[in-house]
Design a protein around this ligand. Structure first.
Ligand code: GDP
Length: 453
């Protein structure tokens, strides 16, 4: 697989990882520690200093970490060669490992082994990639919580609720002479309601999860000269803002991902705002309407030195049914437009006085956004959040199966049929954690990983 030899970045240190029962034997052939020691005597979690040698030639001076089974990432024997960074050295050591019996890992192979060897479930394995790809602290934190197993535990609890009742159902099926149907039906009904509520809560958390992962789709709208590009600049110039620019979903737009105080914002059509330099080009109401339509949040900005115009009133109308924040800009100048204005109040509950040019009101804007989306620490730390669409789809499927089972009971179907439907719910949940998942799906999931993880 020569294409997999493609190495990613250049760093000060390169790490070559090996996993598998023979990895120490391979290491012994290529690594000459300064202080020789029998592999049996080397403890796990130790680091040894020495050289990588090929045909008597020193290839690099390295540090090697030892991890002994089962206490390693994959639960197998593992070692990590920390070499000097750069493509040449790392590639050379990798090739020496391969020559001495190692095989090249597929993307995600180490995590896949951790999953197949039962150290983590599929859900946790998937969270590894979420942590690596996280664009904001919040996303990384949510990923870490999943890696720790918070969501797995919740799924296990739901499954246990179902299994408890399944035992009764099995008894009722096996010993039909006992008249337990009524009691069992009641129990199943109660359990289904409880499970449905737990699943609905998880399903709903995906809205938040999606926002954490993809950012709150935010549109900045306002009539020409209100201060849109000044606001954009103020947001983007924040030292703490990590800005990633990428092509938007709609043609000709650029979306920018900004992460401030852990709040991920995906600003829509920032290109439109930036390009709109002269009066003719400036973003008009029609365009604003278009941008606002697809936004989770609309920030409507008004020039507070001017009275509201027809166009402004149209913008206010536009934001009435959306999550929105009104900014009264240019408060460093004399204002004629005030927060008490009923027309403003009727359009949005959040009105902030601002001077985009002087960075006044920006902090308050962030705070309002956090409030509006309940993305504050307390809520998020206590809430289990689904961020992965595969999990979300399986939960939705499980909810449908719960509903179907409820109908079956209402129709007084025999218990063995009810049992089959309940097993479908268990299967959906098992697919999330990976107990029952097919090999194809497993391969598809790990193919998305990077090399070496
Ligand atoms: P846009 O057309 O909505 O993007 O508006 P701009 O951001 O280009 O701003 C229009 C004009 O208003 C520019 O000359 C800005 O310098 C000015 N401006 C923007 N924000 C403020 C502010 O807070 N105070 C003052 N005094 N001027 C501002």
């Amino acid at each position: 697989m020569p294409q997999s030899l493609r190495l990613l970045g250049i760093g000060g240190i390169g790490i070559i990882r090996m996993s598998g029962k023979d990895c120490f034997q391979i290491l012994e052939k290529i690594f000459e520690p300064k202080r020789k020691q029998d592999i049996k005597d080397i403890k796990g979690y130790t680091i040894k200093y020495g050289n990588i040698i090929e045909n008597g030639e020193i290839i690099d001076e390295v540090l090697v970490s030892y991890f002994k089974a089962p206490k390693s990432y994959t639960t197998e024997n593992m070692c990590e060669i920390n070499s000097h960074g750069g493509n040449i050295i790392v590639r050379r050591i990798l090739e020496i490992c391969l020559k001495n019996g190692a095989e090249l890992a597929e993307p995600g192979e180490f995590t896949k082994r951790a999953f197949l060897n039962g150290r983590i479930d599929l859900l946790q394995a998937e969270s590894v990639i979420e942590v690596i790809n996280a664009k904001s602290e919040r996303e990384a934190k949510t990923g870490m919580k999943q890696l720790e197993g918070v969501l797995s535990k919740q799924i296990a609890e739901i499954k246990q609720n179902i299994l408890d009742v399944m035992v009764n159902i099995e008894v009722a099926i096996d010993y039909p002479e006992y008249d337990v149907d009524d009691v069992t039906n009641q129990q199943i009904g109660d359990m289904l309601v409880k499970v449905e509520n737990q699943l609905l809560k998880l399903e709903k958390s995906f809205d938040n999860g999606k926002m954490i992962k993809e950012g709150i789709k935010t549109a900045i709208i306002g009539k020409p000269n209100a201060g849109k590009s000044s606001l954009l600049n103020a947001i983007l110039k924040e030292d703490r803002a990590i800005v990633t620019e990428y092509e938007g979903t709609t043609r000709d737009t650029i979306e920018e991902f900004v992460n401030i105080n852990g709040i991920p914002l995906k600003l829509i059509d920032t290109a439109g705002i930036r390009q709109a330099k002269d009066e003719v080009e400036k973003i008009g109401i029609a365009k604003s309407r278009e941008i606002a339509k697809e936004a989770d949040l609309v920030i409507a900005i008004f020039d507070s030195t001017k009275e509201l115009t027809e166009e402004d009133l149209e913008i206010l109308e536009l934001i009435k049914n959306k999550k929105s924040i009104i900014l009264l800009n240019k408060i460093d100048l004399e204002s004629v437009l005030h927060e008490e204005d009923q027309r403003l109040k009727a359009a949005s509950c959040y009105i902030i006085k601002m001077s985009a040019l002087n960075y006044i009101g920006i902090e308050e804007l962030y705070k309002k956004i956090t409030d509006l989306f309940q993305l504050n620490e307390i809520n998020l730390d206590n809430e289990i959040v689904i961020t992965n669409i595969r999990h979300k789809n399986l939960i939705t499927k499980a909810i449908e199966n719960v509903k179907r089972t409820k109908r079956t009971i209402a129709e007084k179907m025999p218990l063995d049929i009810v049992a089959i439907f309940i097993k479908d719910i268990l299967e959906d949940l098992g697919n999330i954690t990976g107990e029952m998942v097919s090999e194809d799906i497993i391969n598809e999931i790990f193919a998305k990983f990077c090399l070496g993880k």
